[in-house]
Design a protein around this ligand. Structure first.
Ligand SMILES: Nc1ncnc2c1ncn2[C@@H]1O[C@H](COP(=O)(O)OP(=O)(O)OP(=O)(O)O)[C@@H](O)[C@H]1O
Ligand SMILES: [Mg+2]
Length: 353
């Protein structure tokens, strides 16, 4: 076992120094300086949102953490992870860190999945290449991780190919590939931008849950402050290669200091808050929970019905803008969706006896 592996296991969940720190990062591609010296911390168990207009340098920042920059890129500053500077570690070491300790999810899930390989191969090849576990163990881990990301019928899913899934399910599978090696850092670059609006919230809530349950340090890149309004713990706002504002979600959204942040917030669709669309959030939640129970039959997994309902409600509220009150949406979802779903399942169970 390498020194890196020892540190990885031993330091898990410990504290902020387990995360990743970016200090004075500059990136120049050809003649053009893209990042002008940015600072950013990724903290275990927290989602750090990186917002900013198109071309501001968000993706370049994410790619720099995996050292996947164009060949002619020149970097300055430091990206520190486990006491190493990712800008300078030898390529062999970087290959190990990439995918195993730092996972990444992109806008288009098909870009990170191979069209000709089964889901089982995609999950297990990746895991075995990095960890050398047995085929049997890899399969168990693949089933586990599919359950974690709430892909229905994991056993069947393993045998399928990417084109047999919807966009939302595919993004969940791409997230499964990204976390199967139990990375400590997860970079999600516009993970819901290409998805249908009805499934976006579910994927965002999934990221939140994985962050909390696995103690992941998540970087959520998006041009949309709205999508991170109820998700991110901290928000950094990038403009033309500079971070112009950084702070807790509350402070950045409620009390923005920079004119650019104010403009981004003003551009959000609505500030009316949770009341605005709670009715449709709960309607969607009811439908989703009922569907989950139906699909899975009498033995329905209530926990996943619950998750689905809450995710849908949260999503709907999310879309409504920064002021939304997630807690009351969640309460409403539990009242209107989860309780009826529980009753349905119990009735079906009774009917089967
Ligand atoms: N491979 C490349 N070669 C040269 N310039 C690049 C390359 N990739 C990105 N850039 C430049 O770097 C800047 C930042 O690009 P980046 O992709 O990080 O923006 P972004 O904030 O992710 O935008 P979007 O919201 O559109 O995804 C842009 O000016 C872009 O033109
Ligand atoms: Mg981008």
């Amino acid at each position: 076992m390498s020194q890196l592996d020892n540190q990885y296991d031993g330091a898990r969940h410990a504290n902020a120094s387990d995360g990743l720190t970016i200090r004075d990062l500059t990136i120049r591609i050809g003649e053009k300086e893209i990042l002008h010296g940015i600072n950013l911390d990724l903290i275990p168990g927290q989602i750090t949102g990186l917002a900013g207009e198109s071309g501001s340098g968000k993706s370049i920042t994410g790619l720099a953490m995996l050292r996947l920059l164009p060949k002619n890129a020149k970097t300055g500053g430091a990206i520190t992870f486990e006491g190493r500077d990712l800008l300078t570690v030898p390529e062999r070491e970087m290959g190990k860190i990439r995918g195993q300790h730092v996972g990444m999810v992109f806008q288009d899930p098909t870009a990170s999945l191979h069209p000709m390989l089964t889901i089982e191969r995609q999950l297990t090849d990746h895991l075995r290449a990095h960890t050398g576990v047995s085929k049997k163990e890899a399969r168990e881990r693949a089933l586990d991780v599919l359950r974690k990301v709430k892909v229905p019928l994991p056993e069947t899913a393993l045998k399928k190919y990417p084109h047999q899934f919807s966009g939302g399910q595919l993004q969940r599978i791409a997230i499964a590939v990204a976390i199967i090696c139990e990375p400590r850092i997860l970079i999600a670059d516009e993970p819901t931008t290409a998805l249908d609006v009805t499934v976006q919230a579910g994927v965002l809530r999934l990221l939140r849950r994985l962050c909390d349950e696995l103690g992941l340090a998540v970087l959520l890149i998006t041009h949309d402050l709205g999508v991170m309004s109820s998700l991110a713990d901290r928000i950094a706002v990038l403009r033309r290669g500079e971070i112009v504002e950084e702070g807790t979600r509350y402070n950045v959204l409620r009390n923005p200091q920079h004119e650019y942040t104010k403009a981004l917030i003003d551009a959000l669709p609505s500030h009316e808050g949770a009341g605005a669309d709670l009715a449709s959030a709960t309607d969607a939640a009811v439908e989703t929970a009922a569907e989950a129970v139906n699909v899975e039959g009498a033995g329905a997994d209530l926990a996943s019905a619950t998750d689905a309902a809450v995710e849908i409600a949260a999503e709907a509220v999310n879309v409504e803008g920064a002021g939304a009150d997630l807690a009351s949406a969640t309460d409403a979802a539990v009242e209107t969706a989860v309780k009826p779903a529980a009753e349905t399942a119990t009735e079906k169970e009774a009917g089967n006896d």
